[in-house]
Write a protein that binds this ligand. Sequence first.
Ligand SMILES: [Mn+2]
Length: 356
Amino acid sequence: MTLRWFGTGVDPVTLDKIRQVPGIDGVITTLYNVPAGVKWDKDAVLAIKKEIEDAGLSIAGIESVNIHDSIKIGAEDRDFYIGNYIETLKVLGEAGINLVCYNFMPVFDWTRTDLAKVRPDGATVFSYNQKLIDEINPEKMFDVITKNADGFHLPGWEPQRMAGIKELFKMYSAIDEQILFANLEYFLKAIMPVCEQYQIKMAIHPDDPAWSVFGLPRIMTCKENLLRLIRMVDNPLNGVTLCSGSLGTNPDNDIADIIHSLKGRIHFAHVRNIKHNAPGDFEESAHLSADGSLDMYSIMKALFDIDFEGPLRPDHGRNIWGEVCMPGYGLYDRAIGLSYLTGLLEAIKKNKGVKC
Ligand SMILES: [Mn+2]
């Protein structure tokens, strides 16, 4: 059981607080201010590792090492950026870190239309409404997200990247799903030797929401495409981050079935709930099954049944009790979520006669 932590000076949640969450084993972290495409500094990795270990925790994995757009587009300079990625993996491998989460979404990472939708109990959550997206000029999307973010910079919405957004859209204009898949395959084949050398598991995060946004291609959206990913580079180190909330944006995705079909290739799990309001319209909810549309018991049971052994974390939380935090990443609701998931797992294990 882990929680995501963005680092001192970025994340208002401190490691000493995280350590007090019952059942916590480690954190998922990153070098937050390093732009995509830049090689990670060895001393900075060792420093954050030491800081986390000094706090009585460990690094369970990195989320994320972001992929430069040239790699996703297949631009002429992609080998340069793949080279930097390989150097970063070496630095991580030498530091004893062997799980890397990444995504392959064009231009925008996760997308929401509201970062603080008020729910009936007064909690605020991320929400998404396709109708609103259809009315927004994509070049304005960055402003929509940042205006909403209480002065925090959000993962995936780094200002330096979004400054060139017009240019980015132009670069992606010739990219369709097939080309994006081919560019992903090229990238994975290039990095597999270094992953083998250090036994680093690569765990691609599904696209969120799990459909095309602003006409940009998206490929990590459903069981069929996830299976295509693991087969096209058939190395056990090429795996998936099972994010129930991202895949769950599409009600056609049967999360427990997807988990079973990816047995052995899920290296990391994000478990959270969402509530479907209408097609293309959803909001995040508490982790509790009854508060949303996903059956959290069946998701946790499926992970147990396939012998999933990687790190698992609750995902975004609601903002509750007036906490001042990065939207989606307060301590309070994520700690509640973690406790709930730990409880489900204890019951599943004991029901199967497993001691815990
Ligand atoms: Mn996720």
